[in-house]
Design a protein around this ligand. Sequence first.
Ligand SMILES: Cc1cc2nc3c(=O)[nH]c(=O)nc-3n(C[C@H](O)[C@H](O)[C@H](O)COP(=O)(O)OP(=O)(O)OC[C@H]3O[C@@H](n4cnc5c(N)ncnc54)[C@H](O)[C@@H]3O)c2cc1C
Length: 397
Amino acid sequence: MPNSPSPTGSHAAALTDRTDDRPVYVIGGGPGGLAVAASLRARGVRAVVLEKSDRVGASWRGHYDRLHLHTTRRWSALPGLRMPRRFGRWVGRDDVVRYLEKYTEHHGLEVVTGVEVTRIDRAPDGSGDWQLTATGGRVLRGRAVVVATGFNHTPRIPDWPGRDTFTGELLHAARYRAPAPYADRDVLVVGIGNTGAEIAADLAEGGASRVRIAVRTVPHIVRRSTAGWPAQATGILVRRLPVRLVDRAGAVMCRIAVPDLAAQGLPRPDTGLYSRVRQGAIPVQDVGLIDAVRTGAVTPVAAVASFDKDTVVLADGTRLTPDAVIAATGYDRALEPLLGHLDVLDGRGRPVAHGGRSPKGAPGLYFTGFTNPISGMLREMALDAERIAKRVARASR
Ligand SMILES: Cc1cc2nc3c(=O)[nH]c(=O)nc-3n(C[C@H](O)[C@H](O)[C@H](O)COP(=O)(O)OP(=O)(O)OC[C@H]3O[C@@H](n4cnc5c(N)ncnc54)[C@H](O)[C@@H]3O)c2cc1C
């Protein structure tokens, strides 16, 4: 039996006995799912969170040790519970996990752990309900379903030619925890998003003998905070302004706040900051990369093209022989197996609607956490939770 008691004491066994309640099922016990469940509960709607791992906040438990939120404590809190002041302005990984546990307890959320939903369908009787297929042969029925399985669901490593011949260590950033295992080793980090940038800085500070970072597209780099003003606050203020205007203002701000690293191999990008956000690329918040590149502790190199036994071949023809390659190359949302048959995903596998809106032809099906907003994902998930709960409560009346 894969089930284990949830923090609130619910059991998956109990779950099957109570399907005639037709609760709202929330798939995923991360911040997105917990926020929706709390908002529903606050409106008197029974919500059951189904979580495939054995505890809430599974993604956060797996992140690397030095991770802190890039968004402020205040703008990262979920509906109905502040984060304690003692967590500091930039909340650390373990405190995020503590907060999610506390949040579950504080709101008395019904969380069932050890249950993975494998498929979502319309109930066959035409009632408009939703039917979930889950591990252990469970078939569950809810009046609405909220998909909160996470943007960072399945680690993705590109299928580089020769990848399987590589004799060094190759791992996805999702498996990286701390620099200690890489002390005195030559490491190539692939990808310069927020994760790759921070891991490269972490390795350099943590004693790796050499750290290079492979860059396919030069990122926008912003300071997490300038003179006490958080980058997130700017993101919130500008998110509805015209893209070109924000692009221009962003270029000026970056010139003032971030040194020119062109000589070190990291020129300023030639596309606008907000244009890139609209294409799905969030700027890199500096938590050590700028200094590491400026001082030569981290060296930017060209993108990875292929592997050849102990060698990594870069797009400019350079050949490297690192001991380890850490692929900070992103994640797949992996929604297709769950609901690819429902015609609710776009060509890139993203839900066609999110927040309080259901996809056309799929009333009662909601998504949260599948956008990448400049104003901070936790903040947006908190807002989406309220929107979803309002819609569901209205439909239930
Ligand atoms: C390294 C990193 C740093 C980040 N920092 C910030 C930040 O500073 N500020 C910010 O606002 N955002 C940040 N984010 C973005 C975002 O806030 C987090 O990724 C957040 O955890 C997303 O919450 P979620 O609930 O959507 O997904 P997750 O936290 O990934 O939770 C999804 C849950 O669903 C479960 N699950 C998945 N599939 C199933 C299934 N089929 N059945 C049952 N359960 C399932 C998983 O086990 C998991 O517990 C960061 C993301 C990453 C990766």
